[in-house]
Ligand binder design. Structure first.
Ligand SMILES: *Cc1c(COP(=O)(O)O)cnc(C)c1O
Length: 391
């Protein structure tokens, strides 16, 4: 098949939910991908922060294939040593008490919302079930996580939405306080709004939210679906802010390219779910957990994290000398670029034509390179970006 044939079949057989770039990728290694026509690309996306270790990393492939050859699935009605091993590692690395595995970011957030509401129901009874989220946030595409998402563009078509959310302005503590009431059970935040345009919360604001939560037994819930798994130069972005949330959600980078999400909780929530109150057929699947265990074993060492920070700084520094760059917002290898010409979408499309995979978020260019990208791959990608930015 050539690209035109792939495109025609896509048009005929897939629902039209994406505006796609003109590339049909068929294989990859590290931060290099190859398309159906044999053309090569440098990857600054890791599939939206998913392929933490790049394409087809040797250790990751070994972990996944060995697990596939051993036992690929069992129901959650049985004890799964590989799932338990991944949970133990995750709790140890995150300083949380318990994990629940699911299959995506939206599902992890659904779990977080259920957990917060049940905690409050068990302790305070009915009516204390609302959650404050932030304007410009993104929490997923299920009906409830769309409701949680603080952007009006997502609150269309699919009525009725869930009413249990209130939206406060990011970095405006007075607005958060104005929404705090006896009905609130949780405050749910992204520390750096990813889809919202790589917008970091101010440490002061986060600290004040922590204070409100502690004072009123409101749960602090942090969506680390994009920022977690060493993306920002610490294993969790929470560490950059020095906070210990009650609930943390993870997904994207956790499985290194196999679908898996996780909802983590502190000790005070560890017995909130009881048999029958939550569950999933696929969640905690052995292959997904073997993949996650391999990722977790690799990305959290101080040596690895310091490399992520160094590479992130290296990229940001080089970018700052490029034409058409107005502002760079970066934490580790989560990097947003505001362009002078406000032409991120065009730049991204041209980059793909020239052999570089790159993301946008709102009107920004966004880079989420695989954490294992080499300096050689970085330089090659940046060279393409620079020439496109100069056009
Ligand atoms: C991507 C993302 C989600 C949704 O994850 P899915 O796996 O697509 O359901 C939720 N929250 C944040 C912060 C994300 O970046």
């Amino acid at each position: 098949m050539n690209f035109e044939e792939v495109k025609a079949d896509e048009n005929e057989y897939l629902m039209h939910t994406y505006g796609r770039f003109n590339a049909a990728l068929v294989r990859g290694k590290g931060a290099k991908a190859v398309d159906v026509n044999g053309k090569e690309y440098i990857d600054f996306t890791s599939g939206i922060g998913v392929n933490s270790l790049g394409f087809c990393d040797d250790g990751w492939v070994k972990a996944v294939t060995e697990q596939a050859e051993t036992i690929q699935h069992m129901s959650n009605l049985y004890y799964s040593p590989v799932q338990i091993k991944a949970a133990k590692k995750l709790c140890q690395l995150s300083g949380t008490d318990k994990a629940l595995f699911c299959n995506s970011g939206a599902e992890a957030n659904e779990c977080a919302i259920k957990l917060a509401r049940k905690y409050s129901f068990d302790k305070y009874g009915k009516g204390r079930n609302k959650i404050i989220t932030l304007i410009n946030s993104f929490h997923g595409r299920t009906v409830t996580t769309l409701s949680a998402t603080g952007q009006e563009v997502f609150h269309n078509y699919f009525f009725p939405f869930d009413e249990g959310f209130e939206y406060a302005e990011a970095n405006n503590i007075d607005d958060v306080k104005a929404h705090v009431s006896d009905e609130i059970c949780g405050i749910f935040i992204e520390l750096i709004q990813g889809e919202g345009g790589v917008m970091p919360l101010k440490p002061e604001f986060v600290k004040e939210i922590c204070g409100i939560c502690a004072e009123k037994d409101i749960l602090l819930m942090v969506d680390e679906v994009q920022t977690g798994i060493s993306r920002t130069g610490s294993f969790l972005c929470c560490e950059n802010y020095g906070i210990k949330p009650d609930i943390i959600t993870l997904a994207k980078g956790l499985g290194g390219g196999i679908p898996i999400g996780a909802c983590l909780c502190s000790e005070k929530l560890s017995e909130v779910f009881t048999p029958g109150t939550h569950g999933t057929t696929f969640g905690g699947n052995p292959i997904a957990c073997a993949a996650a265990y391999e990722v977790l074993s690799r990305v959290a060492s101080e040596e690895f994290l310091s490399e992520v920070r160094k590479k992130g700084e290296y990229i940001a520094e080089k970018l700052s000398t490029f034409p058409n760059v107005r502002e760079i917002r970066n934490a580790g290898m989560m990097i947003g670029i505001v362009t002078e010409k406000d032409n991120a979408k065009e730049v991204a499309a041209k980059c793909v034509e020239n052999g570089l995979l790159i993301l946008t978020a709102k009107n920004l260019l966004r880079l989420l390179p695989p954490l294992t990208i080499t300096y050689e791959e970085i330089d090659k990608g940046l060279e393409i970006l620079k020439s496109v930015m100069g056009e």
